[in-house]
Unconditional design. Structure first.
Length: 358
């Protein structure tokens, strides 16, 4: 029995020829994905809006964070579309006499895959660019380069490169439904008889860029953190306690940023490694052990891949005292001016390290 409708790239979820199918858990993971992605939409909008309504926080680093949030906003909206499409179509039975629903599913599936493939790659680029920007600002002290002259290059890399890759995949009909996307999303089209080609396309469509971003982020943040630790030892007796406290807060954040990034994104990478190494039949059947592993990863990936937006909100807004103070002020609470002044360091890394290096 074929698990796909004859002549259509549309899954027939009602047909089962095995006990363990990696689509069984997709309904619940789709709901989890919807919740995480909706939270990311609100969080990303919050970061973008605060950047525009408060001019005094518009440093280059904040601009990069806002652009990162824009990419994550598209990713979250794409996953909302994909999860809703899956939940709407999951339990329908398709046949050759009724293909309208299947065609709608396919079109929405390709749309969602196009959006999330492009935006995820853009997010990886902006995450790496933020790490590079902080590195050249803090460690190398290139204030001219860190002052915004590289932004056109950053935009070219982060927006144009994903657009080219996505358009090539879309133009060659590589984007569509796949059981590899275990959290109910569409990605690279399923190719049961060409798994090596499918794995290569998945790498090109996002996973390779993701793994490269892991290394870039960890190496650059590690170098930046080590530099700050050396500076702290040399300047302990030469700076005020308030400035030193601000430096320590930045130092802690340099630990949290790569850790949070890894915890959110690593599950999709593990899922890709496992699904590429296990035996999956044409009807999506796998062994029990693989089923258990992929089922767990489905939930973690549903939370993490669509959760970059709320992760950014925690890292770059809720843990930034200046922005917390602004929210307090908007509710009628006024923080001490000294706290606001010294915590400009925490929001505008560029200006702070420029002043500290004088």
């Amino acid at each position: 029995m074929n698990c796909f409708s004859s002549g259509h790239r549309c899954p027939s979820f009602t047909n089962r020829t095995c006990d363990f199918s990696i689509s069984d858990q997709n309904d619940k993971s789709a709901i989890v994905s919807l919740l995480s992605s909706c939270l990311s939409v609100v969080s990303s909008l919050c970061i973008i809006i605060t950047y525009f309504i408060w001019p005094d926080i518009r440093s280059v680093s904040r601009q990069i964070i806002a652009l990162l949030s824009l990419a994550d906003l598209f990713t979250a909206m794409g996953y909302i579309i994909g999860s809703a499409n899956h939940l709407h179509s999951a339990h329908k039975s398709y046949d050759n006499n009724n293909t309208a629903d299947c065609e709608v599913f396919t079109r929405v599936c390709v749309l969602q895959s196009t959006i999330t493939t492009w935006s995820s790659m853009a997010s990886f680029w902006w995450t790496s660019i933020l790490a590079f920007h902080l590195y050249i600002t803090i460690v190398r002290g290139h204030m001219t380069l860190s002052g915004g002259r590289l932004l056109p290059l950053y935009c070219l890399l982060a927006w144009v490169t994903p657009t080219i890759v996505t358009m090539v995949l879309l133009g060659t009909d590589q984007l569509g439904y796949s059981h590899v996307a275990v959290s109910s999303w569409c990605f690279i089209r399923e190719r049961p008889n060409h798994r090596t080609l499918q794995a290569l396309l998945i790498l090109l469509g996002g996973k390779l860029w993701e793994v490269v971003a892991y290394f870039i982020v960890f190496i650059l943040y590690l170098q930046t953190k080590l530099h700050i630790n050396r500076e702290k030892k040399m300047a302990t007796r030469c700076v005020s306690l308030s400035v030193m406290a601000a430096v320590q807060r930045v130092d802690r954040k340099l630990i949290f940023i790569p850790v949070v990034f890894l915890l959110l994104r690593i599950w999709g990478t593990l899922q890709f490694i496992i699904s590429s190494s296990v035996t999956v039949t044409s009807c999506n059947c796998v062994s029990h052990d693989a089923y258990v592993a992929l089922s767990i990863l489905a939930y973690l990936q549903a939370i993490g891949d669509g959760g970059q937006g709320w992760g950014n909100l925690i890292l770059y807004v809720l843990t930034t005292k200046q922005l917390r103070d602004k929210f307090c002020c908007s509710k009628g609470h006024h923080p001490p001016m000294q706290s606001y002044r010294h915590n400009r360091f925490y929001t505008s890394t560029d200006e702070t390290f420029r002043n500290n290096k004088k």
